[in-house]
Design a protein around this ligand. Sequence first.
Ligand code: PHE
Length: 454
Amino acid sequence: MSNKPKHHHRGQFTSSLGFILAAAGSAIGLGNLWKFPYIAGNSGGGYFLLFYIAFVLVLGIPITLAEMSLGRSTELSAVGAYRKINKNWTFVGGIGVLCAFVILSYYSVVGGWVLKYIAAYLTGGQFGGDYGAYFDSFVASPVEPVVWHLVFMAFCALVVVGGVAKGIEKASKIMLPALFVLIVVVAVRACTLPGAAEGLKFFFVPNAEPINTPSKFINVIVLAMGQVFFSLSLGMGITITYGSYLKKNDNMVKSTMLITGLDSLIAVLAGMAIIPAVFALSSRENLTAGPGLIFKTLPAVFDSMPLGGVFGLLFFILVFFAAATSAIALLEVVSAFLIDTLHWKRRTATVSMAAAMALIGVFASLSMGALSGFTIGGMNLFDAMGFLTDKILMPVSALLTCIFVGYVWGVDKAAEEVEQCGVAFRLRRAFAFCVRYLAPVLILVILVMGLVNQ
Ligand code: PHE
């Protein structure tokens, strides 16, 4: 028997729901939980929500659908899919895999922090009075964050070694619904705190102040586009890879709508869980604390409310589910590349790649403490990796994906693939317009503004 995997050896999602949950799980992550709420609040509230939804419609949905049809049509993961259609474009898949590799190396470090906080809540939730100092000294310490990072990576590897149906699909079917229930519980608690209304107003009511000059307006528009990109994990081959495990009779338009809709819903629920609580129990300035919002501000907020220890624990479990389903997707992109292209066994591919990323992650973790003196362009290794992926690799790869699907493979081929399920693709012309013209122009703007604003 040849060692070349035949299609039925690659694995497949057993149900459309399983695929949707896995793909939504890859999209729903820290971007929804900490980035979206404070960006939205500070960038015009209701206005930002409208811009965000508009960009989900014109960028998020078409590019997700383009990636999904590429994957399902070729039945190959990122690199193989491009190579099968046009050898000269193989490198675009390569950029996606590289991007996934770099992201997971540092994403797993943050995943480790989340595990540490779950452990802290389970053992009594003592943060020593100063939540900021607790977090800062934890991430800068040489051993503990590294150990939690390795545990997080090992967990993801365990799921991915299990394969598409028995590992990824099964894990997503448990973690995503659980995440949904937990976020609703925390949001209800937050919205019923005295003083929560101010926070809800800040989040939902349109506020023209942050967009009342042309340059402020452009900045907010670019922020909204960037957030759609990051949140839907566009341009790194995740949807190509997951799409390749999809049955031909799946209605991809419906799946895309559900995946992007769920991602946006969780972002809004996160805003309703976090902003009212911060307004009611802390101060509004703390919303801009970036990652510190989750690790420094929220534990303080939870501690000042009744049953705060329980809500803190539930919150960090839900953050863990969000981070783990994203990390699993990233690991799958890298593993599937080796399985499809070099015909490695799943176990070998997954374990060796997880080990390689874990090793780089160790340095990323240490770059916040022992190795903070080592900088690249003024950034420590952790921040430099984030800059490389968010500002350069993701937009470049998404831009090339649009050009590839729009002009090289052709939107007609993509549309034919969409129609395999037997339902006419009614939005075909709108899809073609977005993929060929609108999305490339908008992505170019994100790319240039992202580099200029540095
Ligand atoms: N989409 C994820 C989020 O919203 C982030 C992410 C980006 C995950 C890229 C994987 C890859 O947090």
